[in-house]
Design a protein around this ligand. Structure first.
Ligand code: ADP
Ligand code: MG
Length: 756
């Protein structure tokens, strides 16, 4: 979607801007008492902008509402009625009862009964108007609703209500808060005053864009969602407001991307076409045509692998090498389910940097993982050489080092020197890499594994290390971030919209699927321990994962420390058990992991420290205790620790009588091992809030948008954002829009986006 050539920027639009609304405290409203203003503040609503973006949860069409006089027994109904009488008879047994009599203008009456909710008597005092949702039953000849869902619409002290409720045909139902003492009606009254006084709102989209997108203008949208005359106004209003939310988000991501590109100083990588040929796999690497001199580090590395790359790995590397060879620094996200083989892709990318005389850094979130990656990378590199004119032979082995908080001061000093002199080619480490005294001679590629554990700032900080090389003359390293927590495309567009995306959608061959069983009863649990004994007897290994390190009541959740004791003495006597948790000294952690790798420890009782990346192919059973306390993504990660070899593996999820949506989570894990499918279920169960929590910058602006439902608008928003910034990368000709973006971001981020 592009704007026709020659179109001139629109003149500043009349009407209130979002910023001006954000600068008005709600106390300017005449209908709002200071006491209620305080209640609103507690609820997170301070400005008029906060208020007008508090949207109705739904709308009640008075013209189609059920009237009490017409209700029949057996109906599922929504009725709006006024409380006429409240009766809370003293209870005979210990069950308290509140009985209401309600009526409406139709003249009908209905009895409403609540059990064990004595507070309803106060909430629904005489004179309150509320919505009741429920099934109409009959008791001794009188129609009644037992325990209906309730929305208080008009509280007894809502004075302005009487007049307005008669004039409104569609009643907006706001997310009223009984706790803050705010009714839907009150909120509606304040919003109405705000709209009355503001009248019109500045629109960042001109007529032409609105026509193309088929959206109403902002004034129509805000009035239409809060004070519609008919229900037909609500959907278009919502559509426009959702578009705005998604558009601001996509625009800030696209601007971020453009800003990075604007002042990019890319590293010149020497990735030869041969490297890409090599990744086509040994079978078609073209025998004979490659003279000794034409070889490259990447090529040698790939040819020496004990396995063939999967198609997905090859495709990913081809894209990455194209990025590396290109004129802009890479910003790419590599998504790949647990076990899809991201490490090899990472190492090949790092080597691409090394073969051009630059360095590579691999950052991971935990020490356990750093140590493991270090040994894997060292192992994979074997005796590969890199050209070095400073050496007598003109070549030397590729040097890889490890940097964590455990690295001693002496080792650290040596390492820092080696990195800044360019003698160390690849460094694997934790956050320790981010400290100021780490400088690189020439950092060419940065890989961040399990990126969800890091913030945007940390990504940026490591990238900055490239600039600091060569006395500040350095360039921006190419960045590859990897995640094994797949998220649906829509959510990815929101969370990682400033990155390009590649997916490893194929697992290496020969994996036997993991059988997952939710142990619902004590007998199921016995079967789990039986399986642990059997697998260990057959020479394999097991993980037992507990939600806590220590302490707590066993009834609430099992701790690793207690469970280690219990399993050693009662359940798995005679087996070699080990204990691993985050509070252990690092040296013990490493020793324990090493013993488990060697098989000296057969059963590792651990907390979620093993969640990410740990790779011990002989481990074939996992028992997760109190599995209902973990989320889907976390269980999927944990489970990925088994099934890494060619043997059949098992995962037992222990959870008796889980509450809430835990059964749905556990069933999903039983049903599939596909991370993307699980991610969809997760999004469905948790809503967007939690996933968007990953976004760390700016204020959360998604109030109406629902990613699954508004997929099409999200794509549209992305296209418009790309199109507008292509011609106007700093939004200089789109003042209202620029101001809005600034409003929703923090100052640093805004300064970054709009610096020219
Ligand atoms: P993840 O994507 O979860 O980080 P890893 O990189 O740890 O996965 O790889 C999981 C296991 O699969 C490792 O033992 C690795 O050596 C192996 N592997 C990676 N790629 C292949 C392949 N193409 N063929 C066979 N095994 C592979
Ligand atoms: Mg990994």
């Amino acid at each position: 979607m592009t704007r026709p050539a020659g179109a001139r920027p629109s003149p500043p639009a009349p009407g209130r801007t979002l910023r001006s609304l954000s600068e008005l405290p709600v106390s300017v409203l005449e209908t709002l008492s200071p006491k209620k203003a305080a209640a609103l503040a507690d609820w997170g609503v301070d400005s008029v902008l906060d208020l007008v973006t508090t949207y109705p949860r739904r709308h009640l069409d008075r013209t189609h509402r059920a009237e009490l006089a017409d209700l029949a027994v057996g109906d599922e109904a929504v009725v709006m009625a006024e409380v006429r009488r409240v009766n809370a008879p003293p209870s005979r047994n210990r069950r308290s009862r509140v009985v209401l009599e309600v009526s409406d203008e139709s003249g009908g009456t209905l009895t409403i009964v609540f059990f064990n909710q004595s507070w309803r008597a106060k909430q629904l005092a005489k004179g309150t108007e509320a919505l009741f949702f429920g099934k109409v039953t009959e008791y001794r000849g009188t129609p009644q609703m037992v325990m209906p869902a309730v929305d208080v619409i008009v509280g007894v002290d809502d004075e302005s209500a009487a007049h307005r409720r008669r004039t409104l045909r569609v009643i907006p139902i706001y997310p009223a808060s009984a706790k803050a003492g705010l009714t839907s009606w009150e909120i509606g009254t304040w919003v109405a005053e705000a709209l009355d006084r503001a009248k019109t709102f500045a629109d960042p989209l001109d007529d032409e864009w609105r026509e193309r997108l088929d959206v109403v203008d902002r004034t129509t949208a805000l009035w239409g969602i809060h004070l519609p005359d008919t229900m037909a106004e609500v959907a278009p209003a919502r559509r426009r407001l959702v578009f705005d939310e998604l558009f601001r988000l996509q625009l800030s991501l696209v601007l971020r991307r453009r800003s990075l590109e604007r002042d990019a100083r890319a590293v010149r990588h020497s990735v030869s076409p041969l490297d890409v040929t090599a990744v086509r796999g040994p079978a078609d690497a073209g025998q004979g045509s490659t003279a000794e001199t034409e070889t490259s580090l990447v090529r040698e590395f790939l040819l020496r692998l004990p396995f063939e790359l999967t198609g997905a790995q090859r495709r990913a590397l081809a894209v990455i090498f194209a990025d590396l060879a290109g004129p802009l620094p890479m910003h790419r996200l590599l998504q790949g389910d647990v076990g899809s083989g991201k490490t090899v892709v990472a190492v090949a990318s790092l080597l691409a940097s090394v073969q051009g005389g630059h360095q590579g850094a691999l950052m991971v979130p935990t020490e356990v993982l750093a140590e493991q990656h270090f040994s894997v990378v060292s192992g994979l590199l074997g005796s590969l050489d890199v050209a070095d004119p400073g050496h007598l032979e003109g070549r030397r082995p590729v040097r890889v080092n490890l940097l964590t908080n455990r690295t001693t001061a002496r080792q650290r000093a040596k390492l820092h020197a080696g990195l800044s002199a360019g003698e160390i080619d690849i460094v694997v480490g934790t956050h320790a890499l981010l400290t100021d005294d780490v400088t690189f001679a020439s950092l060419g590629v940065v890989v961040i594994d399990e990126q969800h554990r890091f913030g945007v700032e940390q990504r940026a900080a490591l990238r900055e290390k490239g600039r600091s090389g060569h006395d500040g003359e350095g360039a921006d390293p190419d960045l590859l971030v990897m995640t094994a927590t797949p998220i649906p495309r829509t959510a990815a567009m929101v969370v990682f919209g400033d990155l390009d995306m590649t997916t490893l959608d194929e697992l290496p061959p020969g994996r036997t699927p993991i059988t997952t069983l939710w142990a619902r009863a004590p007998l199921d649990e016995l079967a789990a321990w039986e399986k642990v004994r059997a697998e260990v007897a057959a020479g394999r290994r097991a993980y037992v994962v507990c939600p806590l390190v220590e302490g707590s009541d066993r009834v609430v959740a099992r701790s690793a420390v207690d469970e280690f004791e219990r399993l050693s003495s009662e359940v798995l006597p005679g087996l070699a058990l080990g204990l691993l948790h985050g509070q252990m000294p690092a040296a013990n952690k490493e020793a324990t992991m090493a013993a488990f790798r060697r098989g000296e420890i057969q059963v590792l009782v651990a907390t979620t420290v093993i969640e990410v990346g740990v790779d011990v192919p002989e481990a074939t059973v996992m028992v997760v205790e109190n599995a209902d306390r973990f989320g889907i993504a976390q269980l999927h990660q944990l489970r990925g620790r088994v099934g890494r070899g060619s043997d059949q593996s098992w995962c037992y999820l222990l959870a008796e009588a889980p509450a809430g949506d835990a059964p749905a989570r556990l069933e999903a894990l039983e049903a599939t091992t596909d991370g993307f499918e699980l991610a969809e279920v997760d999004l469905e169960l948790r809503g967007e809030g939690t996933i968007l929590g990953v976004r760390q910058k700016g204020r959360s602006d998604l109030r109406l948008a629902r990613l699954r439902r508004d997929r099409a608008l999200l794509d549209e928003a992305r296209r418009v954002a790309e199109s507008i910034t292509e011609h106007d990368p700093l939004l200089a000709d789109h003042a209202v829009l620029q101001d809005e973006i600034r409003l929703f971001l923090d100052d640093d981020e805004a300064a970054f986006l709009f610096k020219s």
